[in-house]
Design a protein around this ligand. Structure first.
Ligand SMILES: Nc1ncnc2c1ncn2[C@@H]1O[C@H](COP(=O)(O)OP(=O)(O)OP(=O)(O)O)[C@@H](O)[C@H]1O
Ligand SMILES: [Mg+2]
Length: 350
């Protein structure tokens, strides 16, 4: 195979920029999100880049407030009125730039080519309407089909996500479903038009462990069956290990480490990732007291210069506290934002 053939291993310096961007069904580059506050605009998400391919799961993980939901809402064009996307960013879906689309066009794309599953099902289910009608409405919004065909589609997707007696249950109201079943209804709604990408924000947090595993299994099998790109947002590394191929670790509005799950779990390159891994309950340590990372992340108003994790980092030196820190390639398909990454040896999990 010649070096110029498209199948050849891409040049190390360009693989991230070219190779992945072209294959990614969703490709986000340099995304920055700002919110209007009394003190002016503050940046809550800064220069975030990631991509997901068809049939692949990317997990976005990080503590509360790290910017996971804001990142996904920005991708969907669903930021609240006080928020805006900063200049220079790009969110492209199947090669189509979303950030420059008119509101109407975006509404056509949303729910059709890209869909979101929210953490709290009742935020997207209306308690006053039958679930079948709500799903049928999504279908009719995007497809020219009769009311009857849309209702049939609703029953079909409810069946697809494993709701027993789906043809009868289309007539039920959201409150007539249990928490786990309601989450399935949400997934059914997101899948009703067979989108290319689904973003699931903490899809299982509200559920008990057994149901959580069932919902993750369901997402995984639907991803494979429909060939979707799946983005799962979670603070739970157990969920990451369970479902994801790649992971982006966020801290204080920035990506601090990205890589394949096995690489990142086995040999983390950022001290924050090591801290997260240490606080993860594993089979061996379950029941014992977990190490947690002491301290709190800074609020966006106090992000400042230097490494944002430095105040909590056991490896921090003076050099960490000043200057701009870049997310830099540390190995093939593996990036970290740490000036000491080459001199410290961090512990992973197998
Ligand atoms: N409407 C808003 N106005 C101002 N700041 C906001 C607004 N919404 C979110 N933020 C800020 O943006 C930052 C990121 O919030 P985000 O909800 O994305 O965090 P998260 O990682 O999803 O956390 P969690 O795990 O708790 O869901 C936080 O500092 C939050 O306070
Ligand atoms: Mg969130």
């Amino acid at each position: 195979m010649s070096a110029s053939s498209p199948e050849a291993a891409p040049d190390a310096a360009t693989d991230h920029i070219l190779g992945h961007a072209l294959e990614n069904v969703l490709d986000v580059r340099g995304l920055t999100v700002e919110f209007a506050t009394e003190a002016g605009w503050i940046t809550v998400v800064e220069d975030v880049s990631f991509g997901v391919r068809r049939g692949e799961t990317l997990a976005i993980v990080g503590e509360s407030g790290s910017g996971k939901s804001v990142t996904s809402l920005a991708c969907m064009g669903l930021l609240p009125p006080a928020g805006r996307v900063g200049p220079g960013g790009s969110v492209s879906l199947n090669g189509v730039e979303l950030l420059s689309q008119r509101r109407r066009t975006l509404e056509d794309i949303r729910g059709d080519r890209i869909a979101m599953i929210f953490q709290e099902p009742m935020t997207s289910l209306d308690p006053a309407f039958r679930v079948g009608d709500q799903i049928a409405e999504v279908v009719r919004r995007h497809r020219r089909v009769s009311r009857r065909a849309a209702r049939a589609r609703a029953a079909e997707v409810l069946d697809l996500v494993g709701i027993p007696r789906a043809r009868e249950r289309v007539r039920d109201y959201p409150h007539e479903f249990s928490g786990g079943m309601r989450q399935r209804v949400m997934i059914a709604m997101a899948l009703s038009c067979e989108p290319d990408v689904v973003i699931a924000d903490e899809p299982t947090t509200a559920l008990d462990v057994t149901i959580q595993a069932q919902v993750l299994d369901l997402l995984r099998s639907l991803r494979d069956e429909l060939g979707m790109g799946l983005v799962v947002i979670t603070h739970d590394l157990g969920v990451v290990a369970d479902i994801a191929d790649r992971v982006m670790v966020m801290y204080a509005g920035q990506a601090v480490e990205t890589g394949l799950v096995d690489d990142l779990f086995g040999a983390p390159r950022h001290p924050y990732t090591e801290g997260l891994l240490r606080s993860m309950p594993t089979a061996e340590v379950r029941g014992t007291r977990l190490a947690s990372i002491p301290g709190q992340p800074p609020p966006p108003s106090r992000f400042g210069d230097g490494c944002r994790f430095a105040p909590r980092c056991p490896y921090a030196i003076d050099e960490c506290r000043s200057g701009a820190l870049v997310l830099r390639r540390v190995a093939n398909d593996h990036e970290a934002r740490c000036v000491r990454t080459d001199e410290i040896v961090l512990g992973g999990v197998s």
